[in-house]
Design a protein around this ligand. Structure first.
Ligand code: GRG
Length: 297
C-alpha cells in the first residue's frame, strides 16, 4: 500500500477522506441549488458511516493499479452517495421508520419527510451526474462497464428491487436470501467489480473477486442481523431491534443466533478462500472480510 498506509484502519481513513473530498467538491459545484437541499445532502453523506463500499472499491483498484486513482475516487463518491440516499429513504416513516442513523437523528427528523425524500433523490442524481462527468471525457470501455455495473446494481434489478421485497413481500428464508442479495449484496458486489474493471483486471481475477464479493455481501448481512439483536443503539448508531419491530425475517429469526454466527464464519472463510488464488497482495480485502465479521457497528 502507498502513503505509509499499513493498517486496515489507516487505509479506510484514507479512502474515506478522498471519497468525502470528492463528494463535497461535487455538492459544492451545484451552484444553482437552494442551500437547504445541499445542507440536507451533506448532513447525511459527510462525516459519518463506515465507508465500506468506497473502501472495497478503492482497495480492489489499488491491488491491481497504483496510478490514476482519480476516476476510481469518482466512482467511490457516487456509490457512497447512492448508498446514503438509500439509507435516508429507508429510515422514512413509510419504510423502516427509524429515527437514528449514523449516530445522529435520521435525515427526516431534521429536514422533514419531504426534505429527506428530496435530499435522497438529489444524492442519487448527483451520483449519476458525477459519473457522466467522467464518461464525456473518456473512450475507455472499462469506465463505461463500471458505470453500467453501478447503475444496474442500484436499480430495479438490484438494490431498489431488494428494498421492495423487504417491504413485506418475503415469506421464507429463500425469499429473504434473494432480497438480501439484491438489497445489500448488489452494491457490495458492484464496489469490488467497479474497482477491478477500472484497474483493467483480468477476467480470471474478476471471477474470483466476484465470488469473494458475493460471500462478503451475505456475511455482511448476517452480521447486520446479529448486531440488530446483540448490539446497542449507542454502539450501532442506529436503533437495535428494528427487524423485530418491523416483523422482518432475518438470518437470526430463521436459523437462531448460534447458527447465524456459524454461517457468518463460513461465508467469511469462503470469501477469503476465493481471493487466495489471486497472484497479487490481496491482504486488504482479507482484512476487510475479517473486519466485517468482527465489526461492532
Ligand atoms: C430505499 C431504495 C432504497 C433502498 C434501501 C440499503 C437499504 C436499501 C436499506 C438499509 C437497511 C438496512 C439496515 C440494510 C442492511 C444492511 C445495510 C445496507 C446496512 C447499512 O450499511 P452500512 O452498515 O452503513 O455500511 P454505514 O452507515 O456504515 O454506511
Amino acid at each position: 500500500m502507498i502513503n505509509n498506509r499499513e493498517s486496515l484502519k489507516s487505509n479506510i481513513e484514507f479512502y474515506s477522506s478522498i471519497t468525502e473530498k470528492q463528494i463535497l467538491k461535487f455538492i459544492n459545484s451545484l451552484k444553482n441549488s437552494p442551500s437547504i437541499l445541499l445542507d440536507s445532502m451533506k448532513y447525511s453523506v459527510l462525516g459519518a458511516g463506515k465507508k465500506l463500499r468506497p473502501s472495497l472499491l478503492l482497495g480492489t483498484y489499488e491491488i491491481f493499479e497504483k496510478k490514476n486513482i482519480e476516476q476510481a475516487v469518482s466512482f467511490a463518491a457516487s456509490i457512497e452517495m447512492i448508498h446514503t440516499y438509500s439509507l435516508i429513504h429507508d429510515d422514512l416513516p413509510v419504510m423502516d421508520n427509524d429515527d437514528l442513523r449514523r449516530g445522529k437523528p435520521s435525515n427526516h427528523k431534521v429536514y422533514g419527510d419531504a426534505g429527506a425524500i428530496l435530499a435522497g433523490d438529489a444524492l442519487l442524481n448527483s451520483a449519476f451526474e458525477n459519473i457522466m462527468n467522467l464518461l464525456v471525457n473518456t473512450s475507455n470501455k472499462n469506465v463505461f462497464i463500471a458505470a453500467k455495473i453501478l447503475f444496474e446494481a442500484s436499480g430495479a434489478n438490484g438494490m431498489i428491487g431488494g428494498q421492495i421485497l423487504d417491504m413485506g413481500l418475503q415469506k421464507n428464508s429463500n425469499d429473504m436470501k434473494k432480497m438480501h442479495s439484491m438489497k445489500t449484496g448488489a452494491l457490495i458486489k458492484a464496489s469490488v467489480l467497479i474497482g477491478a474493471y477500472l484497474a483493467s483486471c483480468s477476467e480470471k481475477n474478476i471471477k474470483l473477486l466476484e465470488k469473494y464479493a458475493i460471500s462478503l455481501g451475505i456475511a455482511f448481512q448476517i452480521k447486520d442481523d446479529i448486531l440488530d439483536v446483540e448490539s446497542s443503539d449507542k454502539e450501532l448508531g442506529k436503533p437495535v431491534g428494528s427487524d423485530k419491530k418491523n416483523n422482518k425475517i432475518t438470518y437470526v429469526t430463521e436459523y437462531g443466533l448460534d447458527k447465524a454466527k456459524e454461517l457468518l464464519d463460513n461465508h467469511i472463510e469462503k470469501s477469503i478462500d476465493f481471493i487466495s488464488d489471486i497472484d497479487r497482495d490481496t491482504s486488504f480485502l482479507k482484512d476487510i472480510a475479517l473486519y466485517v465479521k468482527n465489526r461492532r457497528d
